[in-house]
Design a protein around this ligand. Structure first.
Ligand SMILES: *Cc1c(COP(=O)(O)O)cnc(C)c1O
Ligand SMILES: [Zn+2]
Length: 413
């Protein structure tokens, strides 16, 4: 990999050769992949990119830690749509607003970007089995991407994982271990099993290549915006890998001179589980919290990538915005009704945080902003119904329908 120099510990700075089986540093710190930007600049320009027809995340191959000889993974990961929302921007007091729907990935979440990377690195390692623990989406995306690549998976999820995500796991033929405990308990069990059986490790944060996959969402966003970055970029945060990956992608582009300014990050967390945002506010180290939110994908009481996430938010002079479960459910129906976009609770938490920041004047009027929907609403039908309610249910009788319209004040024109 000519484009990669090494992997460097984010805590002690120790460097490691970038072999496919990398995990954490001896000191316990999370590693970060270090690139040779001079080399990359010599092989990648905006113009060469513009000529590529490959819409997947692999169009940014020179900026990814894979060997030239490693094939693209089979599913179409990346290439998700970016929508300009001018009416909403007006309403929020913004000059421009873009929403990127990353629920449009093959298994319906942004996690596909990390899982495709895990598959590519497992291929390079010659591994035939990949394992991970997950709140749900990392699991279903690994199961799908691995199935397409002919790899076996062992997957650990907390018992609370929504049915839609578990259904995906079963359809994709994963070996599923549903753990009666928290995400933290689930993570610990998976780490022990991986240690015992020597499976390829797709655990969030521990495997430093995964964030590199996730960063492709911001590479794509920048290219879709013709390299003109907005003032703010909002994203939901659980373990912290996504926001750290987003920041890494932006810094890569800045180092290459593809973009000339960096947005400020908005970290959206649920008020009932916000260890990273709390650390931003107090300026101190993060402390574990209970997992007290219906946004299951970001119900992470012990974030695995807190250090990288905190560095990213602080470096960007970002905002930490907590939203209540009620505000998350409101964001779901708001995006559905106004934009035709359907996100799961954690999927819309970035937007909910941006909306709140606008309402509370945390963002200057006339600013520009983007946010990313990280997971599709069909993943968690129970909470979608909780947000939007039930339909009118009547016998097949026109007069009864008219009567119900009258009672409920339904207008017909
Ligand atoms: C995993 C996930 C997140 C948060 O990503 P982290 O890397 O855990 O911070 C946000 N939204 C959805 C839908 C997710 O699945
Ligand atoms: Zn270290």
């Amino acid at each position: 990999m000519k484009q990669v120099r090494c992997a460097r510990c984010t805590i002690c700075g120790r460097e490691y050769p970038a072999v496919p089986e990398l995990t954490t540093c001896h000191c316990g710190g999370i590693l970060d992949i270090v690139y040779d930007y001079d080399y990359i600049r010599s092989v990648l320009t905006k113009e060469t990119l513009a000529q590529r027809t490959n819409p997947t995340m692999w169009r940014y191959r020179e900026l990814l830690p894979v060997e030239d000889s490693t094939p693209d993974t089979p599913l179409r990961v990346g290439g998700s749509p970016l929508y300009a929302q001018s009416a909403l921007a007006d309403e929020l007091g913004l000059d421009a607003l873009w929403i990127k729907d990353d629920g449009q990935n093959p298994t319906a979440s942004l996690k596909d970007r990390a899982s495709a990377m895990a598959v590519a690195k497992a291929w390079e390692a010659g591994a035939e089995i990949i394992a991970c623990s997950s709140t749900g989406n990392a699991a279903s995306s690994l199961a799908g991407n691995a199935a397409a690549a002919g790899l076996k998976t062992y997957i650990f999820v907390p018992e609370r994982a929504p049915k839609g995500k578990v259904a995906q796991l079963m359809i994709f033929g994963a070996h599923v271990i549903s753990v009666r405990g928290s995400y933290e308990d689930t993570f610990r069990l998976s780490a022990q099993a991986i240690e015992r059986y020597g499976w390829y490790n797709r655990n969030a944060a521990v495997n430093p290549y995964l964030s590199e996959g996730k960063k492709t969402v911001s590479l794509e966003l920048a290219e879709q915006l013709s390299w003109q970055m907005p003032d703010h970029l909002a994203i939901s945060v659980g373990d912290g890998c996504t926001i750290a990956g987003v920041w890494k992608g932006l810094k890569d582009l800045y180092a290459l001179g593809f973009i000339d300014r960096l947005p400020r990050l908005i970290s959206g967390q649920a008020a009932g589980c916000c260890p990273i945002n709390r650390a931003i506010r107090t300026g101190e180290d993060w402390q574990p919290m209970e997992e007290n939110t219906l946004a299951d994908s970001i119900a992470v009481g012990v974030p695995r990538n807190a250090h990288k996430a905190l560095c990213a938010i602080r470096e960007s002079r970002g905002l930490a915005v907590d939203v209540t479960d009620e505000e998350i459910l409101q964001a779901m129906t708001f995006l559905g009704r106004r934009c035709g976009l359907f996100g799961e609770p954690a999927g819309v938490t970035g937007f909910a945080a941006l909306h709140k920041a606008c309402r509370e004047g945390l963002i200057e009027r006339g600013a520009t902003a983007a946010c990313i929907i990280t997971g599709n609403g069909l993943k968690d039908v129970a909470n979608a119904i909780a947000a939007a309610g039930e339909p009118i249910c009547i016998p097949p009788d026109l007069e009864e329908m008219v009567r119900q319209f009258r009672i409920r004040g339904v207008t017909v024109e």
